[in-house]
Design a protein around this ligand. Structure first.
Ligand SMILES: O=CC(=O)O
Length: 340
């Protein structure tokens, strides 16, 4: 009997590799710290039983699965999001899909708060001034570098998407004194209602309520998009949404670039419909050059998709993905499996 082949498209670190190496398999590793080229994947995937991939390997679609052939049993992605993978194409072929929720929740919630503060307090403009050797001679001109204060009374935060990361962000923001939260998501119903009552009590909130997107746009001082990518959430934040927002409001997007219409947001910042934006993701990434409409807006604080980038979290993500793959091949329940 031949040894099963597993393809790994990135340097996943020694901890996760050790998990894979405990099991008899032929490991085909792309071990450079850059994405494996598509040609490398196409050349190596035929006959594989497992694929361990990154969110930058896209698309993992029917065409690639056909090249892989009938042995493929599992695709395990080192990410919580899986909009780079055609889930239907996997299901049709009985291929399991593993992902890495939970382990990155705290790291992404941390960076969400960081982006909110950076955007509110003119972080990019202030850092750029120092880096350009332009430490202002009058930083104490009373209103230089001022922005809205997120701990001011009545401050209201809105979440587009209200899953694990949004709730971890709420916990952090509560310590700023914020006690009014609105959200919009698809998972409603009685279980959601009682979960909201629990959250309201646990954090002594004045308000936590599901609202329509229009109300959320108009009411909130800080709006945070924490939804999966894909067709259902494409451009949820578009020109009409942005025009409803307050002039002093902040938009933070740590989830997927496609949720926000980049051109509309650039216009909103240019024409001051809103105050600022903090973005860990943008449409078209990673091809984000200096000519990107949002890079050109000083009130857009941009990070290159590093929400989960702490050593602890990235190691935990890689290990979860390795464990998912091993479990799928052994016919055991995965630590986290995407299901219909
Ligand atoms: O964006 C990061 C992830 O989906 O893990």
């Amino acid at each position: 009997m031949s040894i099963p082949k597993v393809v790994v498209t990135y340097n996943i670190g020694e901890e996760a590799l050790a998990i894979l190496k405990k099991h008899p398999m032929e490991l085909v590793l792309w071990s450079e710290d850059r994405n494996a080229p598509r040609e490398w994947l196409v050349e190596n995937i035929p006959g594989a039983v497992g694929l361990l991939c990154m969110l930058t390997d896209k698309p993992i679609d029917g065409a690639l699965l056909d090249i892989a052939g009938p042995n493929l049993q599992v695709v395990s992605t080192v990410s919580v999001g899986y909009d780079h993978i055609d889930f239907q194409a996997l299901s049709q072929r009985n291929i399991k899909l593993g992902h890495t929720p939970d382990v990155l929740t705290e790291a992404v919630a941390d960076i969400t708060v960081m982006l909110a503060l950076m955007a509110s307090r003119n972080g990019r403009i202030a850092v750029e001034a120092v880096e350009a050797g332009k430490w202002p001679s009058t930083p104490w001109s009373l209103f230089a570098f001022c922005g809205p204060q997120i701990s001011s009374p009545g401050y209201t935060v809105g979440f587009v998407g209200f899953g694990r990361i949004a709730q971890a962000t709420l916990r952090r923001l509560r310590s700023f004194g914020i006690d009014r939260f609105l959200y919009n998501n698809t998972g409603r119903g009685s279980s959601r209602e009682s979960a909201d009552v629990d959250l309201r009590q646990q954090f002594n909130l004045k308000e936590l309520r599901r609202v329509e997107l229009d109300e959320l746009a108009a009411e909130c001082d800080l709006i945070i998009t924490l939804t999966p990518g894909g067709a259902l959430t494409h451009h949820l934040v578009n020109e009409s949404f942005l025009r409803k927002m307050k002039k002093t409001a902040i938009l933070v997007n740590p989830s997927r670039g496609t949720v926000v219409d980049s051109n509309a947001l650039a216009l909103a910042l240019k024409e001051s419909w809103i105050w600022a934006a903090g973005l860990d993701v943008v449409e078209g990434e990673p091809n984000v050059g200096l000519d990107h409409p949002l890079v050109q807006q000083p009130r857009a604080v941009l990070l290159p998709h590093i929400g989960s980038a702490t050593f602890e979290t990235r190691i935990a993500m890689a290990c979860t993905a390795a464990e998912n793959l091993i479990r799928a091949l052994a016919g055991e329940p995965l630590l986290a499996e995407v299901k219909q």
